[in-house]
Design a protein around this ligand. Structure first.
Ligand SMILES: [Zn+2]
Length: 120
């Protein structure tokens, strides 16, 4: 029944959202910690005895957080497609996206062939 299929996708998306949210929380916590150790370092230029590359650690974690936020947007978009009834179809060729792919990437909006083809 279509209804249960939709509920199944919804459950998948909610699960994914929670997973991403946890990753985002962890990343933001790390960012806060990096900011704190940066403050403790005095804020003075060149006052970094250990030579700890805080800025590179910051950049790494910040990239993780940005990635997670982008994923959350994709999950939101997928939820919207689910409500409109267009979820699970490739936005490029219109073919149904295989269930196995949706299980792994519930926010996917293109099928495997279209997704592996270079855009532009
Ligand atoms: Zn396609």
């Amino acid at each position: 029944m279509a209804e249960s299929r939709q509920q199944q996708f919804h459950a998948l998306l909610e699960e994914k959202r929670a997973e991403i949210q946890r990753a985002l929380d962890a990343a933001e916590q790390s960012l806060a910690m990096v900011a704190q150790s940066r403050d403790q370092a005095g804020g003075d230029d060149e006052h970094d005895p250990e030579g700890v590359p805080l800025s590179s650690e910051w950049a790494r974690v910040d990239a993780v957080a940005a990635e997670a936020r982008a994923r959350l947007d994709e999950v939101d978009a997928a939820c919207a497609r689910l409500e409109r009834g267009t979820y699970g179809f490739c936005r490029i060729c219109g073919e149904a996206i295989p269930l196995e792919r949706l299980r792994i990437r519930p926010y996917a909006d293109v099928c495997v062939p279209c997704g592996s083809r270079p855009r532009r």
